[in-house]
Ligand binder design. Structure first.
Ligand code: ATP
Ligand code: MG
Ligand code: MG
Ligand code: MG
Length: 352
């Protein structure tokens, strides 16, 4: 029997467009002999719309947005489980291709849990822990993973104790510093500060995106990422290096210029690769990951390794780092998608 799969994409986040390209690519890689594919589109306003079953891969992103002839629902979020005649559409698995807020942060995962539907990727806890850079860092600290020094605060503290916060940064961290909203991705709201004035500005920018802010000590290092795949016994890919041409790997270099070079496998001593792989697994376990994460590291000239973060729903187009890392580890894009679906069903069945 064919597996019925719901592709969930779009979403009310800064990464809406990215999600649409991912969804298009995934329809191109799914074997339609093996899967019945239903598109479930979340508009940028947060409305849920389910389309008719796809007959073939979609060629244009517009096909995934349905235009005015939306098939189903807007009123009730669970209506995507009901067809035109009021019968239940029973999904074998939901594949969330969502990034950031309301997608990668455990909220959609929670909804799918409540609906008792198997879904691809990380569960509620791992997703929310991976989304919040402060919680993630604290879990990494407990797991003994090496990280750069950091501090954090919330908006109301900034309002009331601005001077003390600046002093805390200056006393504990060296310049330059990186200021980040705690709950975001794609480098949105992140700036580098080289002095007090820039630090204050960077904090004001980050506060436009989040109430919780992280300030990190900047590090001069290469950026190396590894892909983790699995549930209880995850596998790790070869490492890949990112070489942004800009000052750092900011939003534009991720999605606009296309000038960033990805070097796979990264050129590193074997011992460094071994320790990166081991740290990637430990990071996955530290957040109680399942399915997939992309673990991002800094590697200094002396080959000292620091974890920067994990991403629980990393970029997933065929030219994104995560799938490319697997491709270089002998797992093709269609195979990767199959594996993730199998892992989702395994995890679900184990829980029953
Ligand atoms: P994504 O989820 O898209 O990977 P993000 O928004 O979670 O990104 P980070 O990965 O934390 O953001 O940071 C974005 C980029 O900023 C990094 O890839 C790196 O280029 C730079 N950067 C972040 N923190 C530091 C640091 N402490 N030292 C040096 N560079 C940094
Ligand atoms: Mg991130
Ligand atoms: Mg991200
Ligand atoms: Mg990152």
């Amino acid at each position: 029997m064919k597996k019925r799969i719901g592709l969930l994409y779009g979403g009310k986040s800064a990464e809406h467009e990215v999600s649409l390209s991912t969804a298009r690519a995934v329809t191109g890689a799914l074997n339609f002999e093996e899967y019945e594919v239903y598109p479930i589109f979340i508009t940028s306003d947060g409305e849920w719309r389910r389309g008719e079953r796809l007959e073939k891969p979609v060629s244009a992103i517009e096909e995934l947005q349905f235009g005015d002839n939306t098939t189903i629902l807007e009123n009730n979020i669970t209506d995507f489980l009901i067809d035109k005649n009021g019968a239940e559409v029973k999904f074998d698995v939901i594949f969330p291709l969502l990034h950031g807020t309301n997608g990668e942060d455990g909220t959609v995962q929670g909804l799918l849990e409540v609906l008792n539907l198997p879904y691809v990727g990380n569960g509620v806890l791992a997703s929310s822990a991976g989304m919040d850079k402060v919680v993630m860092k604290q879990l990494f600290e407990i797991a003994g993973l090496p990280q750069v020094p950091y501090t954090y605060f919330i908006r109301s503290e900034w309002k009331n104790e601005q001077q003390a916060i600046i002093e805390r940064c200056e006393n504990n961290l060296n310049w330059p510093m990186f200021v980040k909203p705690a709950n975001l991705g794609s480098s949105v709201g992140i700036s580098k500060a080289t002095n007090r004035e820039e630090l204050e500005k960077a904090i004001e920018v980050a506060l436009q995106y989040d109430r919780k802010i992280v300030v990190e000590q900047g590090i001069v290092a290469r950026e190396v990422e590894l892909a983790v795949l699995g549930n209880d016994y995850p596998e790790v890919s070869v490492p890949g290096e990112i070489k942004p041409v800009t000052d750092f790997y900011d939003y534009d270099s991720k999605y606009k210029d296309g000038s960033t070079a990805l070097i796979i496998p990264a050129e590193l001593p074997v011992e460094t690769v071994a320790s990166l792989k081991e740290l990637a697994k430990r990071a996955f376990k530290a957040i109680d990951g399942s399915g997939l994460v992309r673990a991002d590291f800094f590697v200094t000239a002396e080959n000292n390794v620091y974890i920067n973060e994990v991403n629980t729903m990393p970029g997933f187009t065929p030219v994104s780092m995560y799938p490319l890392l697997w491709q270089h580890t002998d797992v093709s894009y269609p195979e990767l998608i199959d594996r993730l679906i199998t892992l989702a069903i395994e995890r679900y069945e184990e829980k029953q």
